[in-house]
Design a protein around this ligand. Structure first.
Ligand SMILES: CC(C)(COP(=O)(O)OP(=O)(O)OC[C@H]1O[C@@H](n2cnc3c(N)ncnc32)[C@H](O)[C@@H]1OP(=O)(O)O)[C@@H](O)C(=O)NCCC(=O)NCCS
Length: 162
């Protein structure tokens, strides 16, 4: 199992996995939200530009040449980075891949001077996963992004440099 940043030539491979993941793994999102995310927000063009410009961090997990998980996060602003999306192929869950994706993102973020990671959990059943990784619930946010009741979670990863 390999975990590393995406390469520009892997955009099609990633998009194929990402589209299936959004369609099948995020039940709480409405069809309208999913259409917006896939047709407007995460288009091939925007993903390519984000990788080229290193604006967004895409970390992938591979079983041989096959993608089996991904994490999408931001570089920090003022020391705070955000994890936007994470998912592991249903057949590969429970094998430590999600944890490894996070650890990879955390070590990369530390090098960039990030002291805290924030994320939004839209599905209560995942809170336990993030708690296992050392995240804490900051607050409950009613009708957050995409109108979903969510939990805002955070983890301090090193001393603030500010
Ligand atoms: C959430 C998700 C990314 C976890 O990935 P995973 O590879 O199965 O998780 P891991 O195997 O790395 O689990 C790490 C630890 O968390 C625990 N864990 C995993 N899911 C958990 C859950 N829902 N509740 C409590 N603990 C959980 C594991 O038992 C493991 O514990 P250990 O370190 O003591 O062995 C995966 O279930 C997934 O892709 N779900 C569908 C998409 C999704 O909901 N994404 C998150 C949106 S907020």
């Amino acid at each position: 199992m390999k975990i590393r940043k995406i390469k520009i030539r892997e955009v099609d491979l990633f998009l194929d996995f990402f589209r299936k993941s959004i369609k099948n793994q995020f039940d709480e999102y409405s069809k309208k939200s999913k259409d917006f995310l896939l047709k407007k927000e995460w288009t091939k063009e925007r993903i390519r530009n984000s990788i080229k410009g290193n604006n967004v961090i895409f970390i992938l997990s591979f079983d041989k040449e096959k993608i089996v998980g991904y994490l999408i996060g931001n570089h920090h602003f003022g020391g705070i980075a955000t994890v936007m999306w994470i998912a592991v192929d249903d057949n590969y869950q429970g094998r430590g891949i999600g944890k490894k994706l996070f650890n990879n993102f955390i070590s990369l973020s530390k090098k960039e001077g990030t002291h805290k990671i924030n994320l939004t959990v839209t599905n209560k059943r995942n809170i336990g996963f993030y708690e296992k990784l050392g995240f804490k619930v900051q607050c409950f946010s009613e009708k957050d992004y995409f109108g979903l009741d969510s939990y805002l979670m955070y983890k301090n990863i090193q001393k603030s440099k500010w």
